[in-house]
Design a protein around this ligand. Structure first.
Ligand code: RRO
Length: 304
């Protein structure tokens, strides 16, 4: 059935433009199914690598006045174990996107292939984790390397490939163009912003890793500007991520050029109802503005 709220990204049909962002509730089939049942249009897993990783020592998360700071350090069970979760997490009508990372091009290709074989509907390449060496943003900040990774994964797989970019660069548009040139089917912007917190009493950095990534309301204007800028120069669909917690935030990202939005930190603050409340709010906004399809919102802010 056609719905005015449905969106299509690289051939994947989402019943509405909201998605679960990587990094929250994405480590087990049960939690992923729960999010899908709560009304997300699509779900993204925690980033998975070839081998299991325990991640960094505690504290790995710190709350700030304006969002959440994390340095989890890519904890994950590895693709061999996670393949079983992928099979069980799939819910019809809610595409399952598997976020993957590697420490080399070959590592990315291997894990991407295994995720596809396990049943991923799409892959999201994490080339943007801000605080784990030799992967993440070390790849995403280097346009040539980014292009090589994306091109290699595209060559080795058949499902749509999304590329999640880091804001921790001078010019994110150049990175988006590199991803597009290499064959990315969609660009996700943005991962967390490099940041830190210090405890005045103990006089020490709070996170076990000292530095981490900031998410939540503080980074929304940064993410919005990234989507707006990328939209002007890149043709593949964009997925907004960064501080989205209300229908108004989602609409702003769509006006800037996002075809869909990912919600992460707001799930921790507001619970799973956030997906329905954002979707219902977009619906009401469309009625108010006389729009008959959610796609009509995408990029409208560029026309004024
Ligand atoms: O696991 C993490 O510490 C982490 C990852 Br993979 C990421 O992509 N972004 C982030 O803020 N934390």
């Amino acid at each position: 059935m056609q719905s005015k709220l449905a969106v299509e990204i690289a051939g994947l049909r989402l019943s509405n433009p909201t998605m679960l962002a990587a990094g929250i509730l994405g480590m087990t089939k049960l939690s992923l199914r729960k999010v899908a049942k709560a009304g997300a249009g699509g779900v993204v897993t925690k980033s998975i690598g070839l081998m299991p990783r325990t991640g960094y020592s505690n504290p790995t998360v710190a709350q700030t006045d304006c969002g959440i700071l994390n340095a989890m350090g890519l904890p994950n069970p590895g693709i061999e174990y996670f393949a079983g979760e992928i099979g069980g997490a799939r819910i019809s009508g809610c595409p399952l996107v598997v976020s993957v990372y590697g420490f080399s091009t070959e590592g990315f290709v291997k894990v991407a292939r295994e995720a596809e074989n396990a049943g991923a509907d799409a892959l999201e390449l994490n080339v943007s984790c801000p605080h784990v060496g030799k992967t993440g943003s070390e790849i995403g900040q280097d346009e040539a390397l980014l292009e090589k990774v994306v091109r290699s994964v595209k060559k080795a797989t058949h499902v749509p490939v999304f590329v999640k970019l880091t804001p921790n660069v001078t010019d994110i548009v150049k990175c988006a163009k590199a991803a597009e040139k290499a064959g990315a089917d969609a660009v996700v912007a943005i991962n967390t912003v490099r940041a830190m917190a210090i405890n005045a009493e103990t006089m020490t950095p709070i996170l076990g890793n000292k530095f981490g990534g900031l998410s939540g309301p503080a980074i929304k204007p940064i993410a919005l500007k990234c989507i707006y800028e990328i939209y002007e120069q890149v043709s593949v669909p964009l997925i907004g991520c960064g501080g989205i917690s209300s229908w108004r935030d989602a609409v702003e990202f769509m006006l800037a050029g996002a075809s869909a939005v990912q919600i992460g930190t707001a799930v921790a603050f507001k619970g799973l109802d956030v997906f329905k409340s954002v979707t219902n709010g977009i619906d009401a906004y469309m009625k108010m503005k006389g729009l008959s399809n959610v796609k009509e919102i995408v990029g409208l802010a560029h026309k004024h």
